[in-house]
Design a protein around this ligand. Sequence first.
Ligand code: NAI
Length: 306
Amino acid sequence: TVGNKDSVAETAPHFASITVLGGGQMGAGIAQTAATFNYTVNLVDMSDDALSRGQGYIIKSLKRVAKMRFKGDEPQQSRFVDDVLSRIKLSTDTESAAAGADLIIEAIIEQIETKRAVFGVLDKVAPAEAILASNTSSLPIGAIGEAVGDKRKGQLAGLHFFNPVPQMKLVEIVRTERTTDETIDRLRAFAKSIDKAPVLCRDTPGFIVNRLLVPYLAEAIRMLERGDATAEDIDTAMKCGAGYPMGPFQLLDYVGLDTVKFILDGWYKEGEGLAGSDLVRPSEKLDELVRNGRLGVKSGAGFYDY
Ligand code: NAI
C-alpha cells in the first residue's frame, strides 16, 4: 500500500506511475513527496544539468527529513534517502516518460505557449486513462490545455502545490468546465495519499490562495509607497496582530519579487474579473526593485538585505 509508517495514507495506490515534468524547485519537491509515499516517479527536464540540479534539491531536502525522522541513526537515515531516491527515475525524454504514466504533473517554466505545446504532446503520447495536471500558479488551466483533445478534456485539471512542497500541506485542485468528477476524486485521493490537504476551486485567476494573497501583498507595497508605515512595522503588525507566520514583505522576498510582478502585471492586463482592477494595479516600487535585480531572498536582497 502507499504510505510509510508516518503517513496518513488511507487507501491503495491511486496511480501506478507518475511523471513530473520540470525538475526545478516545484517539480523536484513534487517528485520527492510522491516518492516518499511510495509512488514510482519519472522526473523529466530538458538537460542532464537541470536534472542533476533537481536531484540535488531532492537529496538535500531528504537528508534534512531523514535527520529529523531518524535522529542519531545514520545508517537508517541513509537507507531512507536511498530508498526514496530509488523510486525517482530521471529522464530527458518527455514522450517516453509520459507514455507509461497514469498521472502527469507539469511543473515547467511559467510560459503559456511552452505549456500549451507540452500538453499537446502529452495528449498524444499519454495512455488514454492518464490524467494531465498542471502546477501553474497564474495561468488558466483551460488555456494551457487548449491543444488537449476532446476525449481527454475531462482528465485535465490543475494540481497546485505550494513551496516548499515537502512541508506545505495544501494542494489546490482546479477544475475547468470540462473536468469530470472522477478526475477530481482521483486527484483528491492522490493528494490525501501523500499527506496533503486538498481543496477544490474553479479555474479562476490565483485559485484560492493567490487570489487573496496577491492583492494583500500589493496593498502592503502601496502602504509602504504612501509612507503610511515602514516595512518592518507592517511585518510586525501582521505577525503579532493577525497571527501570520511571516509579514507581507518577508513573504514577498521569499516568493520572489519578479514572480509577484509577473502575476500582478498579467492579471492587471487580462485576469478574468481582475483586468484593470486597483486590487492588482502594478506598483512603481516593485517594478524598480525588480529592475535593479533586487528579487528577494534568492538574489540576496529585496525589500530586505540577506
Ligand atoms: P523553475 O524555474 O525552478 O523550474 C522549471 C524547470 O522546468 C526548469 O528546470 C526547466 O529546465 C524545466 N523546463 C522548462 N521547459 C521544460 C520542458 N519543456 N520540459 C521539461 N522541463 C522543462 O520553476 P518552479 O519555481 O519550479 O515553477 C514551475 C511551475 O510551478 C510554474 O508553472 C510555476 O508557476 C509553478 N509554481 C511555482 C511555485 C513557486 O513558489 N516557485 C509555487 C507553485 C507553483
